[in-house]
Design a protein around this ligand. Sequence first.
Ligand code: Z5A
Length: 219
Amino acid sequence: MGGKLIVFEGVEGCGKTTQLQRSWQWLQSLPTSCPLSKVVVTREPGGTELGLKLRQLLLQTEGKPMQDLAELLLYAADRAQHVEEVLKPHLADSALVLCDRYTDSTIAYQGYGRGLSLGLIEQLNQIATSGLESDLTLWLDVDVAQGLARAKGRSFFDRIEQAELTFHQRVQLGYGELAKAHPQRIVRVNASLDEVAVQEQIQAILWQRLPQWYEGWES
Ligand code: Z5A
């Protein structure tokens, strides 16, 4: 496929949504001579119409607790729809796709966080994506307590944010292990700094990758 998939990952409050938007603005502002056909923003869960319904189910706080396996399968269903409806068509159209969370979230949250089988999750990720991996994953690494404090600055807490600190610490450990296992695909960003300093790191990383991806790109 001609396009490239860049994923933003990290624990709650790491600032990935903020940085994804800033990156999108920066990429849009590059001179038109840069050979980017288009830049698309999307997310998981909730990047499609079906996904928005699944997102509501996944993040709701009322009702009986959702079983861990049911949660895993709903994330997989969201991803299967998203890959076919959004990611593959845009990548086939040579777009640069910026995606808020993807397969590593499932490994970190459902695998390391909830303790579900990593082998099972890898199988499900493979089925849901038909093997589509990110070209680059930016792991916004922030201390769990610092991230949660940022997230708490908001007016509501969703179901997962109410979970205990140790859960988020296991998720964080998961991201660390993933980064060690995939050093070329996953690049760590120090997300404990202010928004501008975090964006500067991301632009430096993209500035290195873009010429490797797009012929005729001059950095
Ligand atoms: N999940 C899962 O379990 N398994 C899966 O497979 C997938 C997802 C795909 C929803 O994801 C949930 O889905 C998530 C994991 C689970 N768990 N929860 N809850 P989400 O990405 O939609 O929600 P989120 O993780 O809570 O992300 P968020 O709310 O969008 O937060 P964020 O992207 O990390 O941060 P932000 O919105 O950019 O910033 C948060 C606040 O911090 C905001 O007030 C900013 O102004 C502030 N901020 C941002 N950057 C900074 C810096 N650098 N300094 C200070 N303050 C900052």
